[in-house]
Ligand binder design. Sequence first.
Ligand code: RUB
Length: 314
Amino acid sequence: MKSVLAETAGKIRSMEIRGAGKIAREAVFALKSHAESLDDQNSSAFITKMRSAGEVLLSTRPTAVSLPNAVNIVLSGMNGEDDTGEIRAGIVSRADDFIERSNSAVRKIGEIGARRISDGDTVLTHCNSQVAIGCILEAHRQGKDIEVFATEVRPRNQGLLTIKTLNDAGIKTNFIVDSAARYFMKNVDIVVIGTDAVTVNGSVVNKIGTSQIALAAHEARTRVMVAAETYKFAPKTLTGELIKIEERDNSEVLSPEIAEIMPNVTVRNPAFDITPAEYIDLIVTEEGAIPPEMAYIIIKDYLGWKIGDFDRDF
Ligand code: RUB
């Protein structure tokens, strides 16, 4: 039987588990189960095994910074001086705490973000972000009359998940191909999206196509609101480290049969892109709504990182 760790890593890689928040929570749960399943009495062997479990999870998908942040939060407190039981108990307690705080952040962001969506607004969302959709659902729950444009999200069609949720909630929704975003932008009051990573200068890494949508919104003077738990902020960008953009398999875009008869064609399939801070009006975190320029404060005050901390991997 596959361990929870191997199963979770496989599901994150294949995108059965997807979306930055969910990836972080499931990875943390896998670390907790792994810690509970190891029967080592020797604390240094236990720590080494937990570190390799962290590496397995980190190798699954490179872009969502919620993953290294979550692994770091759970594993960084391991102390070789303690006995194995204490180290295990620490991991379990930090994992439970992370999952609880993450779920509570999703609820709080929904409430804070919903305040920025007014009665009568038309909202555009891209991809399938639990926190972005949470803001839209909460605005609807409060009785605001809203309408949504949701994109298809080629090549993995996460838009289908989004329209299902919106439809089930009874929200009037328009489903559009990704390339129709600029065409409809004149009808949109606010773009609401999630993120996989926010850099220290307030740039937002999200599903491929987000930056084009933000550019069209900027041109149309439509507001862009990003929903982001504080663990989506990327500490290592403090010293200029770049967020790695995942490039996924060709077959997601072009079937191997067609690719085979076109040897001069190369498929490029980046899963994410980067939207500069100047195209973003607001980032809603569980600690409140901030302008993107304040990203540094989140990294410093809420994640507790400062320059010089970079051997803090776990
Ligand atoms: C998902 C995506 C989402 C963010 C935020 O990409 O780009 O907008 O991860 O999601 P993929 P959430 O489908 O490739 O994982 O708010 O749910 O964390």
